[in-house]
Ligand binder design. Structure first.
Ligand code: PEP
Length: 252
């Protein structure tokens, strides 16, 4: 039985005040929830104030990005060591906005993933096809290549720190979510891929999240699919009421 995970990716949104207010509301409502894992990923400058509010709760802190070196002359970057020092337990890597807007390659994402896991972070690795790729019938090929090139050969213990988020690019921030059937089809493909490349135990235990225009209205049907182990939520994670409704839909 895989425990569901609901993660909020706040992207480049909130202020110090709205970030702490938002997380205070989450802590008050689901701060002690044990039936699912909840992660919030604020922008870097708000990690520490959010961490203060999260103290003593079961909601985990995550970052939206990491650089694959521990320290050094990398102006503007943030290392995995700094993230753990700030109380992060999670980090998102490979988000499509970073792949497309910042030009990150599978190889670079792979390096980030290795560095993050080596420094004790748990990783949400995002993959997913564009609209054009789906229309050309390339969804499985794209997802397979992303897994092949960005998921490193880790030990079973290290893979236990990895979660995959299937996020079709055409569904992110568009209000057009994948249907539960479309998402389940790709999740099942990913699980088969994991069985072939990482073994059946990993394929059965590794959580696969869906992301892309998740709302309180569509979360229950997405989360009821057998291979959907949680959701990565962008826009709807900025409103406590919506994020709470989505989180509650993930409670078995
Ligand atoms: C995301 O940014 O990971 C995401 C899924 O965004 P949204 O929920 O807004 O589509």
């Amino acid at each position: 039985m895989r425990k569901k995970l609901v993660a909020g990716n706040w992207k480049m949104n909130t202020t110090r005040q709205t970030a702490t207010t938002l997380v205070r509301e989450l802590v008050a409502e689901i701060g002690q929830e044990t039936r699912l894992d909840v992660v919030v990923c604020p922008p870097f400058p708000y990690l520490l104030p959010v961490r203060e509010v999260l103290a003593g709760s079961r909601i985990a802190l995550g970052a939206q990005n990491v650089f694959p070196e521990a320290k050094g002359a990398f102006t503007g970057e943030v290392s995995p060591v700094m993230l753990t020092d700030c109380g992060c337990q999670w980090v998102i890597v490979g988000h499509s906005e970073r792949r497309r807007v910042l030009g990150e390659s599978n190889e670079f994402i792979r390096r980030k993933l290795i560095a993050a896991v080596q420094h004790g972070l748990q990783v949400i690795l995002c993959i997913g096809e564009t609209k054009e790729e789906r229309q050309a019938g390339q969804t499985f090929a794209v997802v397979s290549a992303q897994l092949q090139e960005s998921l490193p050969a880790l030990s079973s213990a290290q893979l236990a720190a990895v979660v995959i988020a299937y996020e079709p690019v055409w569904a992110i921030g568009t209000g057009i979510n994948a249907t539960p059937e479309q998402a389940q089809e790709v999740h099942s493909y990913i699980r088969d891929w994991l069985a072939r490349h990482c073994g059946s135990e990993i394929s059965q235990t590794l959580r696969i999240l869906y992301g892309g225009s998740v709302t309180p209205a569509n979360a229950p049907s997405l989360l009821s699919q057998s291979d959907i182990d949680g959701v990565l939520v962008g826009g709807a994670s900025l409103q406590a009421r919506d994020f709470l409704a989505i989180a509650r839909a993930a409670i078995p």
